[in-house]
Write a protein that binds this ligand. Structure first.
Ligand SMILES: NC(=O)c1ccc[n+]([C@@H]2O[C@H](COP(=O)([O-])OP(=O)(O)OC[C@H]3O[C@@H](n4cnc5c(N)ncnc54)[C@H](OP(=O)(O)O)[C@@H]3O)[C@@H](O)[C@H]2O)c1
Length: 257
């Protein structure tokens, strides 16, 4: 599969996210944390989700009441349903869903992966995002302009499925399919669904796969966050496509030539 260039990302809007209700998963560090900071600065109420409560609470203390920490393991359906109940009871709608949490998992040949390593990566990176779609579809449709954005990776689409990446690239390719399918299923609604590829950013996940790289040579999650914000605006119209931060372009999926 190849990706072809499509229209560029929409011009920034001045309307911000005032009063919008957002969930950001993987909010305790890296990309997710930067998104919480960006969205709350633009006026959104953000439910910040990760497993570890300590970093979430620190973030909420720093930001104030606009950041609502919610410790939740996304591999548990019950926890995701609790999260949806919390949002439903408080706001009756969800304007922005950011499916960002992921793990790298064991980097080995797929033939050498043990089943628990495989299952944990697929559960966290794919099934957890399906759980979010399943739990929040009604609340996203209740919004005047529901936005769902899933954080993918070039390793799931742009790369040649190189050896030794374990299940990560496979999980991101499946996530791309999940998001594109959900985009098709919501096309008649006000919901818009995008994928975003951050490219290499200065985070713990990146450091774990490129330990010899100078982190200071990389752009930061804070550089990326305003681009994700643009896709969350009510004025955003595209769906089922992928925003590629290294190229700063919205790309379309095309089948094998
Ligand atoms: N950084 C890059 O260079 C890069 C490049 C391409 C794509 N991406 C993608 O961008 C996204 C963010 O990456 P990152 O670099 O910011 O990662 P990161 O720094 O490792 O952060 C991952 C976040 O996910 C949370 N998380 C992991 N498992 C979870 C679970 N089961 N339930 C709830 N939360 C969970 C972690 O918190 P807890 O551990 O407390 O749960 C943490 O907040 C990922 O989807 C990644 O694949 C990143």
């Amino acid at each position: 599969m190849e990706l072809s260039d499509e229209n560029g990302i929409a011009p920034a809007s001045a309307q911000g996210l005032r009063g919008r209700v957002a969930i950001v998963t993987g909010a305790s560090r890296g990309v997710g944390r930067a998104l919480v900071e960006e969205f709350t600065a633009q006026g959104a109420h953000v439910v910040a989700v990760a497993r570890g409560a300590e970093l979430l609470n620190e973030l909420a203390t720093k930001i104030g009441p606009a950041c609502i920490p919610f410790a939740c393991d996304l591999t548990s359906s019950e926890s995701v349903e609790n999260l949806a109940r919390f949002v439903d009871e408080k706001w009756k709608r969800l304007d922005i869903l950011i499916g960002n949490a992921a793990i790298m998992g064991p980097r080995t040949l797929v033939s050498a992966l043990d089943e628990s390593g495989w299952a944990h990566v697929i559960d966290t990176n794919v099934t957890a995002n399906w759980r979010l779609v399943h739990a929040f579809d009604r609340l996203l449709r209740a919004s005047s302009a529901g936005r769902a954005i899933f954080m993918t990776s070039g390793s799931g689409s742009r790369a040649q499925m190189a050896a030794g990446r374990g299940a990560y690239a496979i999980s991101k390719a499946a996530l791309d399919a999940l998001a594109r399918t959900y985009a098709s299923e919501t096309i008649e609604s006000a919901v818009r669904v995008m994928l975003a590829n951050p490219g290499p950013l200065r985070t713990g996940l990146r450091a774990s796969v490129a330990p010899n790289e100078d982190p200071m040579s990389l752009r930061t999650p804070a550089d990326f966050a305003p681009k994700v914000l643009e896709m969350c605006l009510e004025s955003w119209t595209q769906t089922g496509r992928i925003y590629d931060f290294p190229l700063d372009k919205v790309l379309d999926f095309v089948g094998p030539a």
